[in-house]
Design a protein around this ligand. Structure first.
Ligand code: MG
Length: 160
């Protein structure tokens, strides 16, 4: 086995507010994310992609939303905790790619800052971090500005 691949998905409801956090970047807007933690949909999907790649469960198992210690928690600490798991120790991230699907807010200006944040978090050069943003063409809950979604894939290689 030379590589492992993992896929992650997350969705959060949006409601009126003063800003959201996506990919570690604070985005001022007229919405907030309904979530137990800081509601960073991209970092949650990243956690699931990492966990899935090594068959180590999912984010809900590791960080239950019934646990009060996770309330309002900065999601970067979820990613750091996942990376520190024994199951991840024999592996390092080769690259990651992602989709963020949101009708609001406009994410275009924040894609580069998100990639810079993720590059630092995963100890990767910028060229190994993909962040793509798109609307949902007005369709479904995302298109109706009631939700934001993210999808992440990661590739892992053995640490030599
Ligand atoms: Mg989530």
């Amino acid at each position: 086995m030379t590589h492992r691949i993992g896929i992650g998905y997350d969705i959060h409801r949006l409601e009126p507010g003063s800003g959201i956090v996506v990919g570690g970047v604070s985005i001022p807007c007229e919405y907030r994310v309904v979530a137990h933690s800081d509601g960073d949909v991209l970092l949650h999907a990243l956690c699931d992609a990492l966990l899935g790649a090594v068959g180590a469960g999912d984010i809900g198992e590791h960080f239950p939303d019934t646990d009060e210690t996770h309330r309002g928690r900065d999601s970067r600490t979820f990613v750091q905790a996942v990376l520190a798991l024994p199951a991840l120790k024999p592996w390092r991230v080769t690259n990651m790619d992602s989709n963020i699907i949101a009708q609001v807010p406009r994410l275009g200006p924040y894609k580069l800052p998100m990639r810079q944040f993720l590059a630092e978090l995963l100890f990767l050069p910028l060229g190994r971090i993909g962040v793509k943003a798109r609307t949902n063409e007005g369709l479904d809950a995302v298109g109706e500005k009631r939700a934001i979604q993210a999808q992440v894939v990661v590739l892992l290689e053995p640490v030599r």
